[in-house]
Design a protein around this ligand. Structure first.
Ligand SMILES: *Cc1c(COP(=O)(O)O)cnc(C)c1O
Length: 426
């Protein structure tokens, strides 16, 4: 499918039916798969043959949707997970073990921040958080001999900082480690991080990919570009024998798919965060219309950002589509078609006004969600980032009065009138 444009790939990649087969992606709602001989099944367990034997490791419906996402990102293969959290967990744990270190930008999703700062610490993995806009010299200082990877978000949730992917890729590669980019907010419709040097991309498919708040899911996409052998000692998990597969070496057995295959056959085998085939089917429906929705999200969000920016009760607006935004130029480079539908802003009245404003909204719903077809709103300091102290909030790019507004695909006039009446009460 690689020659088609993204709108076409969203509809036609992944499941390609042959004569007489269903036009729609089939839901293979089965845990098990039948074989005729003991040896046939045994060869699958040894990874000598390719095939399905148990849905915790691989399922055909999931794989077809993963293949579509890999195609959209321009990668060699992808793995679906049961949530975006599981995707970021597996993507990093696939390279890190106790005693290792990773570098992440500080403005990342709250759940990922907790994963790296708290849970990884308990596992013996340390994370250094860096300001995404720090100079290369400054970020350089965070690298250690045991650093395994660098992590960032294309557009950070909810800080909306835009990652300088080329800068981070260059830094990571000069230390012979990969750059992992969470591309949830931009989606491959607006940005394809592999084109700018990222090595692995992750997604919370719960957001724009599904787009209807119908399933929680995640994906990891492997570009196949990172040369693990060039830093074979550091990435011995991929370049030396794995005892749990009778001494198989991933880079030798799977080449460009070494990383994603290891994540599938070890992490998914041992930890088991597989999505149900039904959820993969729902995700696929969302993917089919994603380019249309993303275009409308961006159109509406631009109008909302301009409206808020001109409003007397609003003290600041973060949206890279505004020419006055700190990230406008960078966004134009990495995302010329638009960024996303999520805006954050602050009212002159601070935290208290924010609460009054949110409680007055009629169309926009208060929901712990973003990137959904329906407009929704959230107060990070009292919701997603509740666990953080003021210092951590600042580092994460979240101020106590910040409102995160996820612009849906309703008619723009209705969204603007709702904002107008709620701002009157703020
Ligand atoms: C929501 C989100 C996640 C976590 O995904 P879930 O599907 O909720 O587990 C990770 N990264 C980003 C950027 C997100 O927006």
């Amino acid at each position: 499918m690689s020659d088609y444009k993204i709108e076409t790939k969203c509809l036609h990649s992944g499941w390609v039916p042959k004569k007489g087969e269903p036009r729609m992606l089939p839901i293979i709602q089965s845990t098990t798969f039948k074989y005729d001989t003991t040896d046939e099944m045994g060869r699958l367990f040894d990874l000598k043959d390719d095939g399905y034997f148990y849905t915790r490791v691989q399922n055909p419906t999931n794989d077809m949707v993963a293949a579509k996402i890999a195609d959209l990102e321009g990668g060699v293969a992808a793995l679906l997970t049961s949530s975006g959290q599981a995707a970021n967990f597996y993507a990093t744990l696939n390279l890190c073990e106790a005693g290792d270190h990773l570098i992440s930008t500080s403005t990342i999703y709250g759940g990922t921040f907790n994963l790296f700062a708290v849970t990884f610490k308990k596992l013996g993995i340390e994370c250094t958080f860096v300001d995404p806009d720090a100079s290369s010299e400054e970020i350089e200082k965070a690298f250690r001999p045991n650093t395994k990877l660098v992590f960032g978000e294309t557009i950070a949730n909810p800080a909306l900082t835009v990652l300088d992917i080329e800068k981070f890729a260059k830094l990571a590669h000069s230390h012979k480690v990969p750059l992992i980019v969470d591309n949830t907010f931009a989606t491959p419709v607006n940005c394809q991080p592999f084109k700018w040097g990222a090595d692995i991309v992750t997604h919370s498919t719960t957001k724009y990919m599904d787009g209807h708040a119908a399933q929680v899911g995640g994906a990891i996409v492997d570009s196949g570009n990172f040369d693990w052998e060039s830093n074979a000692e550091k990435f011995s998990c991929l370049t030396t024998p794995d005892e749990s597969y009778h001494g198989l070496i991933y880079t030798q057995a799977f080449g460009k798919k070494a990383y994603i295959t290891k994540a599938t056959v070890t992490l998914m085998r041992d930890l088991g965060s597989i999505p149900s085939p039904m959820n993969a089917f729902i995700l696929n429906l969302g993917l089919e219309s994603m380019p249309l929705r993303v275009e409308r999200h961006c159109y509406n969000a631009q109008k909302v950002a301009e409206f808020l920016n001109a409003h007397e009760k609003v003290s600041s607006v973060n949206y890279a589509g505004l020419p006055s935004d700190k990230y406008h130029e960078r966004a134009k480079k990495y995302m010329p078609k638009g960024t996303c539908g999520v805006i954050s802003f602050e009212l002159k009245g601070g935290r208290e006004s924010a609460v009054h404003f949110m409680d007055s909204l009629k169309l926009a719903t208060i929901a712990t969600h973003v990137a959904d077809a329906k407009t929704c709103v959230l107060h990070p300091a009292s919701h997603t980032h509740r666990q953080m102290n003021d210092e951590q909030l600042k580092e994460a790019g979240v101020s106590p009065g910040m409102i995160r507004f996820s612009v849906g695909i309703e008619n723009i006039d209705d969204i603007l009138s709702d904002l107008e009446q709620a701002l009157k009460n703020a």
